[in-house]
Design a protein around this ligand. Structure first.
Ligand code: C2E
Ligand code: C2E
Length: 162
């Protein structure tokens, strides 16, 4: 078994231990669905786990399946923007299925301010955090995505500040 299986096994063990379960505890709690020896062999990386089984295990532990993958939750290296200046013209050109939530957010802020003059809209950095939750990304990842769409300028990357 390769390093990946070992890393996956370590993740599985860590999640189980976080939940205060022994291998036998898993067997008991699952009503025998997950045998202690089988889960133990997944955790040691001795036995390959299928995607189907992994999804079921994630469901059993009540965690998103990505949490069980070795790369899961590796903190993104992307840093969130410290100044969020949205290009409103660019925003309008992009398809709604991509930018819908952001466009509605920006429209709401414009309406709250009663400000429809600008080609750009500065919003609070804490709004970026709220938007990141809506987009299911980290604030840093959303920053990268917005730069990619041309909604934020590349200078929005904090590393470009100095
Ligand atoms: P609020 O938070 O009670 O802010 C009241 C007023 O304080 C704002 O009226 C604005 O004149 C000023 N203000 C507050 N924070 C800032 C800031 O960081 N920079 C500047 N230049 N002025 C600031 P305004 O603009 O008419 O906004 C009315 C309300 O709309 C705000 O009440 C807030 O509830 C909401 N709002 C406006 N812009 C934003 C935004 O970017 N993000 C969020 N989350 N809410 C906003
Ligand atoms: P800004 O007006 O240059 O403000 C820069 C930062 O100073 C804000 O970052 C916030 O941390 C602080 N600040 C300024 N005014 C206030 C205030 O009245 N109350 C508080 N609690 N903090 C204030 P932030 O929040 O990330 O906002 C970034 C930019 O977004 C602001 O730059 C402004 O251009 C815009 N903005 C944010 N909120 C409002 C608002 O309520 N109304 C308007 N018109 N603009 C806003």
């Amino acid at each position: 078994m390769g390093d990946y299986a070992k890393a996956l096994g370590n993740k599985l063990r860590a999640i189980r231990q976080q939940q205060g379960l022994s291998l036998h505890g898993v067997e008991q709690k699952s009503g025998g669905r997950w045998k202690a020896v089988v889960v133990g062999s997944y955790e040691r990386g001795d036995r390959a786990v299928t995607v189907q089984k992994l999804a079921e295990l994630a469901d059993f532990y009540g965690v998103p399946v990505a949490e069980l993958l070795p790369e899961g939750r590796v903190p993104s290296t992307a840093e969130p923007a410290t100044k969020v200046v949205i290009n409103l013209e660019r925003l309008q050109q992009l398809p709604a299925e991509k930018v819908g939530p952001l466009a509605r957010y920006a429209a709401t802020i414009q309406s709250q301010r009663g400000d429809y003059n600008g080609k750009v809209l500065s919003i609070r950095t804490e709004d970026l955090r709220s938007l990141a939750i809506i987009y299911d990304m980290s604030p840093g990842e959303l920053t990268e995505q917005l730069i990619d769409w041309g909604v934020l300028p590349p200078e929005a990357r904090p590393s470009h500040e100095e």
